[in-house]
Design a protein around this ligand. Structure first.
Ligand code: NAD
Length: 446
């Protein structure tokens, strides 16, 4: 998307979100806020890999620990040609807020390698993964920093990460060093679909507990999904199963649209995608660009692909009644303001896609205890955490602002100006307050 007016620095975007939320909290010292805002550690590596044809290519990889106040760093590693250090720092910060919001004992981290998986063989990907993890050395570990899958990485990548780390750390249980592993190597039931499932639970509970979004129920709500990867495909299946017609869906090559009361036939969509590598061209559907798909008239719009998809250029043309951020950072700060003015609630990424890290946490606990929980147990625990967190966010969202923010001398609630904040700000307030409390209780060292 071409944007001439908005600054696309993803780090600035999360900083703006943080500043907006921290302005809603009374009495936190500036220095404490700075500590919660900035990254603790950034590692940048450049490393050579021998390619299948005998040539040598140099790759760049990053791992950022944003904050470890609540526990070890936690966050995915993405493989994408557009990965930048700034993007990884921004995503690591989002992980800090996400873990704090979900009340999970992890800090925030993220990693990325600049590469195009579509142009790499499996053995090249394995060598890139092993070399990157070796370069990271003891900067990752079961109690320091725990990677997970993200864009264009998967359980195979996680198996290689475990195996590489294990090769250098014999004689101890290394399974908790990485989550999102295959079931046969200590992976958790339900992890592969946890992010999409968590997105479904959060949306369902939000619609059940608020009447804000002008959508009577999930059943019959017309849904548009951008992205048909790990997250988007699970989201599509669960919303479809709950009776919400998926009227449009896309992948990197474009989208398809079918606006009847049943929406798309989801089984045919997956079958076609498996056969042709894209959804585009599915008989009986209209082809639509990813840009126009976002602007469709629908009840629920779910971006589940890349960041910065809804910005100052297209936010005003969004017609959805509710926007659900399954991807990380799909809505920019400027777009947030426009959507808020249009009364379109945005269920924020740190809540919506937190199912992934929540089940990653369950995987980590199972690995440490050498346990294997049933899928039913996992889904129950996930649903209860998602619902509880939605309740906390909605409570914060609907609460009048602290009167002392208007007049720092005042403690009189009647002076409170009822100011509405958006759902993202509400979620961040819950997360920042939790982090600030723990930081102060632990005490500033020395
Ligand atoms: P994935 O690699 O499995 O799938 C990505 C999907 O996006 C693919 O369908 C791809 O075709 C599509 N895509 C790529 N470029 C696109 C474009 N320009 N327009 C439209 N679609 C495009 O990734 P994923 O794991 O599903 O992650 C999707 C998003 O969810 C990312 O933002 C990721 O950070 C976030 N997320 C994922 C998890 C997880 O557990 N996988 C957890 C939290 C957040």
């Amino acid at each position: 998307m071409n944007n001439k007016t908005e600054d696309f620095n993803p780090f600035l975007n999360v900083h703006q979100q943080f500043d907006q939320a921290s302005a809603q909290i009374f009495g936190l010292k500036r220095g404490l806020l700075d500590f919660l805002k900035f990254s603790k550690q950034t590692i940048s590596h450049c490393f050579p890999v021998e390619m299948d044809d005998g040539s040598i290519k140099t790759f760049h990889g990053f791992r950022v620990i944003h904050n470890q106040i609540l526990g070890p760093g936690k966050g995915g590693i993405r493989f994408h040609p557009e990965v930048t250090e700034l993007e990884v720092r921004a995503l690591a910060a989002l992980m800090t807020w996400k873990c704090a919001l979900m009340n999970i004992p992890f800090g925030g981290a993220k990693g990325g390698v600049v590469c195009d998986t579509k142009k790499l063989s499996k053995s090249e990907l394995r060598r890139i993964t092993r070399r990157f993890i070796t370069e990271l050395g003891d900067n990752i570990g079961p109690y320091t920093d725990i990677p997970a899958p993200d864009l264009y990485t998967n359980e195979q990548t996680m198996a290689w990460i475990y195996d590489t780390y294990n090769a250098f750390h014999h004689g101890q249980n290394n399974l908790p060093v990485v989550t999102g592993k295959p079931l046969s190597i200590g992976g958790s039931e339900g992890r592969a679909e946890a992010t999409g499932r968590g997105c479904f639970y959060a949306t369902q509970h939000f619609l059940e507990t608020t009447k804000i979004a002008k959508i009577k129920s999930l059943k019959g709500a017309r849904v548009v999904i951008q992205g048909l990867g790990n997250v988007g495909s699970v989201v599509a299946q669960l919303f479809h199963k709950a009776g919400a017609p998926i009227i449009a869906i896309s992948d990197s090559q474009g989208g398809i649209y079918h606006n009847n009361s049943q929406g798309l036939d989801i089984d045919s969509v997956f079958e076609y995608k498996n056969q042709h590598g894209t959804v585009v061209g599915l008989p009986g559907t209209e082809t639509i660009t990813n840009e126009n798909l976002l602007l469709l008239d629908c009840d629920i719009l779910i971006p589940a692909a890349l960041g910065n998809q809804i910005d100052a250029n297209n936010a005003d043309s969004i017609k959805a009644k509710l926007l659900v951020e399954a991807a990380n950072g799909p809505v920019t700060s400027d777009a947030d303001k426009i959507l808020s003015a249009k009364n379109i609630p945005v269920l924020p990424d740190i809540l919506v896609n937190a199912g992934g890290v929540t089940v990653s946490y369950f995987e980590w606990v199972q690995n440490i205890e050498n346990q294997h929980w049933s899928l039913n147990d996992i889904n129950q625990k996930l649903k209860s955490r998602m619902n509880q967190t939605v309740d906390e966010v909605v409570h914060q969202w609907q609460k009048p602002s602290d009167p002392r923010l208007n007049n720092p001398e005042s403690t009189n609630p009647s002076e409170s100006k009822v100011e509405t904040i958006d759902l993202r700000t509400a979620a961040l307030v819950v997360a920042i307050e939790r982090l600030a409390k723990v930081t102060l209780e632990r005490g500033i060292w020395p």
